[in-house]
Each structure stands twice: as C-alpha cells, then as structure tokens.
Design a protein around this ligand. Sequence first.
Ligand code: GDP
Ligand code: MG
Length: 181
Amino acid sequence: RKPVVALVGRPNVGKSTFFNRLVGEPLAIVDDTPGTTRDRLFAQGEWLNTVFDLIDTGGIDPSKTKQGEPLSVGSADFIDQIRTQAQIAIQDADVVLFIVDAMSGVTPADQEVAEILRRNQKVIDGKPYPPVLLVVNKADSDRYRNMVPQFYELGMGDPYPISALHGTGTGDMLDALLAAF
Ligand code: GDP
Ligand code: MG
C-alpha cells in the first residue's frame, strides 16, 4: 500500500501552503465524525516516482475553540486540540512531517507539539514509530536559513529548511522523506 505522510504543526506555520504546493488542488475533505474532530485533507503526492498519500491534519485548528473563539497558547483546550491532531497523525501515518516556522523561531506551542509527538510514538525494532521529520518552513532567505540550527532544541533530529512559498529546499526534504519510508 501507499505510504501515508501526515503534516502536523501549530497554526500558521504553512501546512496548507506546503500541502497545496506539493499536490496542487486538494482532492477531498473527509471524515467529519461527530464527537471527534477528524477534518482532514487528503491528496496524493509524488517524488522520484514514489507515490504517497498526504494528510493535512490542520482542519483541527488549535487556535480556535469549537465556538470560533481564539485560544491562548498553553491553555488546556489548545493543548487538547494539538494532542488530538498529533494522535490522528500518528495513528494514520507512516511518516510525520512536523512543520515549524523559521521566521518565528521555536515557540512554546512547537515545544508542546514536539512533546506530544514524542509521547505518542511507539517503539518498533528499538526505533520511534512513526518517524518524525522536522521541516522548518518560511526559510525564504539566508536571514531565516540562519535561524534553522536553533530548531535542534526540539529534539527531533536534523531540521530541513524549506520555503513553501518559493518552493525551495523541498528536494532535500523529500529525499529524506523517501528514506524514512
Ligand atoms: P497553516 O495554518 O499551518 O496551514 O498555515 P498556512 O499555510 O495557512 O500559512 C500561514 C501563513 O504563512 C500564510 O499567510 C502563508 O502565505 C504564509 N506562508 C506559508 N509558507 C510560507 C513561506 O514559505 N514563506 C513565507 N514568507 N510565508 C509563508
Ligand atoms: Mg492550514
């Protein structure tokens, strides 16, 4: 079966921009099960003749309550929604792309996402599963590419700088993605 790749990250890091750049038009919005927010965008991606399914879990927007009110970062509801997003990604995905933002640097919400991802990974053959690839988006210029090493502090291994806006850096990142399947 095709590998499944899930995008995870706090709001506004560029998940949707990245998703749309990689796949063109999103194919479908699926599975809005009452009780659990499982709004996800599915599409097919391809790199070097390898086809994979891409999920944007960002339909779960941890920046707003169900009533549409803004949530403060670190509030119980915010963490709860990030947790739901990460759990869905980890249940469904063969690889998780954890997206962060070079322009803002590491934020408490990123630390929260990293923590939740780590806690939800299983261990298979002595390795964390699914693997998480750290993608530093908005690395549009040298000024922001210089910010990239600070993301090592998230403890998610090598950060891959990209610009979803300009389409740069995605080659190396996608090579690493294929290697993780
Ligand atoms: P999401 O909430 O994670 O899905 O983020 P979006 O894809 O909606 O993007 C949030 C904002 O960041 C939008 O204004 C995008 O245009 C902007 N953005 C996304 N990717 C980039 C990038 O690579 N560089 C810059 N400068 N802005 C970006
Ligand atoms: Mg989005």
